[in-house]
Every structure is written in structure tokens, then in C-alpha cells.
Design a protein around this ligand. Structure first.
Ligand code: ZN
Length: 109
């Protein structure tokens, strides 16, 4: 997987997870984000696009360098905790890929 593909997959996964969270928690219609979640997404998107570690790391959720600011970090952690497992129902292959990459990275050290 190239760095660019990784970045795109991370963006797609992040957007889907925020979407699931917002739809279930804030009762927004599918494919839409409320204002709060839109801000979180814009922030995450910006960080992912600007991430200097994309080549060596897997996903921002498992990155050692926490470039998210504390307020957003908490919010994103909450969203990941909620939306992560639910991704399994929506997009199993993508989640398996995610887990595999995470595992591979941990194993390497
Ligand atoms: Zn929302």
C-alpha cells in the first residue's frame, strides 16, 4: 500500500466512523454531519493530510505522536470507541485491513 492509499483509507475510515457516531448519537440523517461533528471531521482531515508520519505509521488512532489537540483528542477517542466496533457491521473488509495494519505495526515494534 502506498502512503497516498494509506492516507485515503484513513480519511475514508475516519469519515465513516464520525458518520456512524453522529447518525446514532445526534440523529442526523445518513451522509450528513451535525455542526459539532463537522468541526471534528474538518480537524481530523486537516491533521491526517498534514501528518508527517504517514509513511511509517498505520493510523492516527495508534500513532505514538499525538498531534491532535487535547480537546479534539478526547472527542475523537470517544467517537472511535463508539464508531470503531460498529464499522464491522458496515465495512468488514476495511476494518479487517485496519486491524491487520495495526497488528503488523505493533509486531514490528
Ligand atoms: Zn454529530
Amino acid at each position: 500500500m502506498t502512503v497516498d492509499e494509506k492516507r485515503k483509507l484513513e480519511l475514508k475510515t475516519m469519515y465513516q466512523i464520525i458518520g456512524i457516531y453522529c447518525h446514532n448519537k445526534h440523529h442526523t440523517s445518513k451522509g450528513h454531519l451535525c455542526e459539532d461533528c463537522e468541526h471534528v471531521w474538518e480537524y481530523a482531515e486537516h491533521r491526517i493530510n498534514a501528518c508527517p508520519h504517514m509513511e511509517s505509521k498505520t493510523f492516527c488512532s495508534v500513532c505514538k505522536t499525538h498531534c491532535y489537540e487535547p480537546t479534539y483528542r478526547e472527542k475523537i477517542r470517544e467517537i472511535m470507541r463508539y464508531g470503531g466496533p460498529r464499522m464491522l457491521l458496515v465495512s468488514p473488509i476495511q476494518v479487517i485491513k485496519h486491524i491487520y495494519l495495526e497488528w503488523k505495526d505493533k509486531k514490528r515494534g
